[in-house]
Design a protein around this ligand. Structure first.
Ligand code: APR
Length: 266
């Protein structure tokens, strides 16, 4: 038998018919992808992540910001999904109405088997033109070299303006379709599992609040207290890569078996 809170959360998960899993940077922390509140390392340690992730920073120094995103993209390509990402895919396989909403710009959910995450804050792998929004081609491959320092951004094939990362910066609007999909899912779910998010960055932080307000049960997975503690029925204090597999195991048994049981699982 696991911890009582895990058992309580597992019973809620087992009963749920429409689940939203809502993830933040803590989800990928154990894959070695730093959260936004971690200090930067190496050549980037004298910079502040929150100051680099702005339209103003890109306008002032496109090569600095593009280089930082290229460095992050490369770090993500070196990283592997963790057991928490795989547990989320197992929930999706087990509860067909699950919608995964992530604030993360990495692709670790997809690589763990999640089919169609809603990326509220865009993606490291979808650069576009900073002027005309034309999608840039992405020659990202295995032989891609790591970058360390400023890198001038490529130019748009259509209008020759700088290409920018396809992420949402502080002060920018979220992609409309993603936000609508997330709000719709949060409004109609009966259970929302929030994982590894500080719950401080709006409007994304509204998503669990919307679900709770409309009567859904909220389970939170986070080693620390957050403002979402108040809306959570169960707070599972621990790292995602340990807590989520334990939750899935307590709900349905061995997580490795779960995806195989779902119809249409590739
Ligand atoms: N497992 C689960 N949670 C963890 C883990 C872990 N192993 N390690 C850290 N956390 C938690 C922290 O306690 C914190 O609450 O993850 C959270 C990370 O918080 P943030 O760095 O603020 O990340 P997030 O909530 O995703 O930020 C939202 O803000 O920086 C912007 O656009 C960026 O998408 C990001 C958004």
């Amino acid at each position: 038998m696991g911890h009582p809170a895990t058992q309580e959360a597992a019973a809620l998960l087992d009963q749920a018919e429409r689940v939203v899993v809502f993830t933040g940077a803590g989800m990928s922390a154990e894959s070695g992808v730093p959260t936004f509140r971690d200090a930067l390392t190496g050549l980037w340690q004298r910079f502040d992540a929150q100051a680099l992730a702005t339209p103003e920073a890109f306008r002032a120094d496109p090569a600095l910001v593009w280089g930082w995103y290229e460095w992050r993209r490369h770090a993500v390509q070196q990283a592997q999904p963790n057991a928490g990402h795989r547990a989320v895919a197992a929930i999706e396989a087990r509860v067909p109405n699950t919608v995964l909403v992530t604030q993360n710009v990495d692709d670790l959910h997809e690589r763990a088997g999640s089919a169609n995450p809603v990326h509220l804050h865009g993606s490291l792998f979808a650069p576009r033109c900073s002027a005309c929004a034309h999608p840039a081609s992405t020659p990202y491959g295995e032989a891609d070299e790591p970058t360390d320092g400023p890198v001038p951004p490529p130019r748009c094939a259509r209008c020759a303006a700088d290409i920018r990362p396809g992420v949402v910066w502080f002060g920018e609007a979220l992609p409309t379709a993603a936000l609508e999909a997330a709000v719709e899912a949060a409004s109609s779910c009966d259970l929302l599992v929030t994982v590894g998010t500080s719950g401080l960055v709006y409007p994304a932080a509204e998503i669990p609040q919307v679900a709770a307000r409309l009567g859904a049960t909220v389970i939170q997975v986070n080693p620390e207290e957050t403002p979402l503690d108040r809306v959570a029925t169960v707070n599972l204090r621990g790292p995602a890569a340990r807590v989520l597999p334990a939750l899935v195991e307590a709900a349905w048994g061995d997580t490795d078996q779960v995806p195989d049981e779902s119809p249409g699982d590739a």
